[in-house]
Structures are given as C-alpha cells and as structure tokens.
Design a protein around this ligand. Structure first.
Ligand code: SF4
Length: 243
C-alpha cells in the first residue's frame, strides 16, 4: 500500500517538469494572450485585397508621417491630376509634388514615387509581379532598394499586398510592444515580431496594435486603468503603483 501512496507524488512531479517555461516560452505566451485580448476587444479583421501591390506601395509612401485622411486626399488628388502610372512616371517631380501636397513632405514623396515608377519601367513594367517568386525577406529587402522606401513601407506592401509575412512596425506598434515588454532591449522590432508572430495572425495583430496605440496606449497619456492588457503589462502596472 505504501508503494501506491507515492504514485500521486511522481505524477505531480512529472507534470511540474513538463510545465516549466523558459523566458522565451513566456514571451510567446504573453504575445498570444495580447493577440487574443485585442481580438476580443476589436473583433476579427478580414484582409482587404482589392488594391494592387503597386497601388499599396504608392499609398503607403503617401501615408508616411501624415494622417489617413490626408493620405486619402493626396491619393485622390493624384488621380485627378494623372490618368495612369505611365503619366506619373513622365511628369516632373514638381508636378507630382503639387498633386500630392495635402499629404505633406510632398517634395520628398514625389521624388520617391517618381523613383519607384521610373525604376519599375526600366525593369520592364509598372507593376510588382516580379516579387511573386521571392521569399518574404527577399521581397522586403528588394522593396527597400527604392530610395525613400524604408522598413515599415516595405513591410506593409509585403504583408498587405503580396501575402509575404513581414510584420510592419510603426510608431504605435513600437510603443505598445515595448511597454508590454514583448521586445527586449536592443532587439529589432520588425525582425523579432516577424519571428514570433504566426503568419496567419500578422495582418490583424498589426492593425489591432495600431488601434490600441491610438485609442488607449497613447504616447503621452496611456489609459492604463481602462486597458484590456493591464494584467500582463509591466509598464501599466508600474504606472498604477506610482499613482
Ligand atoms: S496597461 Fe498602459 S502601458 Fe500597458 S498596454 Fe495598456 S495602456 Fe499601454
């Protein structure tokens, strides 16, 4: 009978050894928890695939350092001034800048747009189909070869328009994931989130983190008391402890 008494202890010990988590396991578990809480709060999002990869690239260039509203106004006015990408490629940078001025930084953006279109024309066509056969990382790096196209713009086009899993990081994603300590000091946000977030979750989580950053985890005044992520947010817990 004494032998039988020890069995529950052995069983308990085995269970304990199987649930010890490494720091990395814990981080992934927290990331999945954040993903699920944000989905509960904001609901699922279907990917919008109505735009071509080139449309997405030009739209994302226009969106740099401005609001969605100004980006949309600039895009509309671009297509009021021109009938095709071919026409834009032929136009002077000044004419393009005038058409997109509501987006701000219009001279820099006009230079980038003209550079992209003339570059593509030299490669054989005003589209991005040549990226289809490349891996996600190759696509990302290839897009960054255009002057004025940085990590975020290239990642947005890769993920949104080409189904290549690269996690785009903007100021909101950077701030929220840093405050949640999902990114360790010295790590690159793009690379770490691309590695940790499952491909199927990237699009929705990216958009949810942006919305959460705009509405709750604001830059200067995070609303930690009302935050659905407070239970696992070290920054939020410290904020409330200091109140
Ligand atoms: S608890 Fe505060 S700091 Fe943490 S994610 Fe929420 S709003 Fe941001």
């Amino acid at each position: 009978m004494e032998g039988l008494d020890i069995l529950p202890f052995i069983h308990y010990s085995l269970n304990l050894s199987t649930i010890i988590m490494t720091d990395e396991d814990k981080r992934v578990e927290n990331l999945f928890w954040v993903r699920d809480r944000l989905e509960e709060r904001f609901g699922p999002i279907e990917k919008d695939r109505t735009r071509s990869p080139l449309d997405t690239l030009i739209q994302t260039v226009l969106s740099q350092n401005t609001t969605d509203n100004n980006r949309d106004r600039a895009e509309k006015s671009l297509w009021q001034a021109f009938d095709s990408y071919e026409e834009i490629a032929e136009a002077s940078k000044e004419t393009i800048a005038e058409a997109i001025k509501t987006a701000g930084l219009q001279h820099q953006k006009a230079k980038t747009i003209k550079g992209i279109l003339t570059g593509l024309r030299e490669m054989g066509g005003l589209e991005l189909d040549y990226l289809d056969d490349l891996s996600a990382i190759e696509t990302w790096e290839n897009l960054m070869e255009f002057d004025g196209v940085g990590k975020k713009t290239a990642a947005v086009v890769s993920l949104f328009a080409l189904d290549k899993p690269i996690f785009p990081v903007d100021t909101h994603v950077r701030r929220v994931t840093s405050r949640l300590e999902l990114i360790k000091s010295g790590e690159n946000h793009h690379e770490t989130l691309t590695e940790l977030v499952p491909d199927k979750d990237m699009y929705q989580l990216h958009l949810h983190l942006i919305r959460h950053g705009r509405e709750t985890c604001k830059s200067r005044t995070p609303q930690c008391r009302d935050c659905v992520l407070l239970d696992r947010c070290p920054t939020g817990q410290k904020e409330l402890d200091n109140d």
